[in-house]
Design a protein around this ligand. Structure first.
Ligand SMILES: C[S@@+](CC[C@H](N)C(=O)[O-])C[C@H]1O[C@@H](n2cnc3c(N)ncnc32)[C@H](O)[C@@H]1O
Length: 239
């Protein structure tokens, strides 16, 4: 069985074609075995973000829908570099836009325009040498005082983790996925994101493999203040 471009279908796509109208509920049920997207959205909403939301790597739009449910007056842009972004989106369509676009191109077009930038379960699909650059771009899209939410499935000794790796590799069909431990995620964030402070951290049900980190972009004044060491008496400048 092949797709319109003649490429062989992944196991996941074959099963989806077979299910017909039951496809969407079945995908939702399957996804909920790994992460409760409503809890994820509620945890993000608990940090009181503003209303302009960007989801990078929005995929089928499930997380975007949950975010608009949890932050009802928001408007959301979901971008992805592949696929059919927003295909499973369930929510107020007048408040959401999905398109194929890279975060880099969006940054050139809009600059730091968003109150909240969400990057959920994307990093393990990105080649390791490119992760710092993607997080730097994601953080540059956040306005001063805005929030960056990073959700990752992290490596752990657990059956659900093994199931999650199997699912990404053989059901979704991305054989190149590579997962970080929670410590490696923290190191990656520290190496990539400047001028932010950690605001919240959480595990998202049903498992501690689901790690959420929320960071807040400091104002330029605060960044300058923390960068400049106060002059000591000895080094003080005298006329
Ligand atoms: C597992 S899906 C996550 C979808 C959604 N964020 C969620 O949590 O349900 C990963 C998505 O990341 C996208 N992706 C991978 N690399 C990306 C990149 N550099 N920029 C934007 N999206 C990317 C993939 O195309 C895929 O749709």
């Amino acid at each position: 069985m092949a797709n319109e471009k003649g490429n062989p279908l992944t196991l996941g796509k074959k099963v989806r074609r077979f299910m017909g109208p039951l496809e969407k509920p079945a995908i939702r049920a399957y996804r909920s075995m790994f992460v409760d997207t409503n809890s994820l959205a509620d945890s993000i909403a608990a940090s009181s973000p503003g209303n302009a939301i960007l989801e990078i790597g929005a995929g089928d739009g499930t997380v975007s829908g949950a975010l608009l449910n949890a932050i009802p007056n928001a408007i959301l842009l979901g971008i992805d570099i592949d696929g059919d972004p927003g295909a499973m989106f369930k929510g107020p369509t007048s408040q959401a836009t999905f398109r194929i676009q890279s975060a880099e191109d969006l940054l050139v077009a809009l600059g730091p325009a968003f109150d909240l930038v969400v990057i959920s379960d994307v990093l393990h699909h990105v080649p390791t040498p490119e992760r710092v650059a993607l997080l730097k771009t994601a953080s540059a899209l956040v306005r001063e005082g805005g929030l960056l939410a990073i959700k990752e499935t992290c490596r752990r000794r657990s059956f659900r983790y093994l199931l999650s790796v199997f699912s990404d590799r053989y059901i979704s069909g991305d054989r190149s996925v590579s997962f970080m431990s929670e410590d490696e995620l923290t190191e990656l964030i520290n190496a990539s994101v400047d001028g932010f402070e950690f605001r919240a951290r959480a595990y998202i049900p049903p498992s501690k493999i689901n790690v959420l980190r929320m960071l807040e972009r400091q104002s330029v004044a605060a960044v300058i203040e923390t960068a400049i060491e106060p002059l000591t008496r000895d080094t003080a400048i005298h006329n």
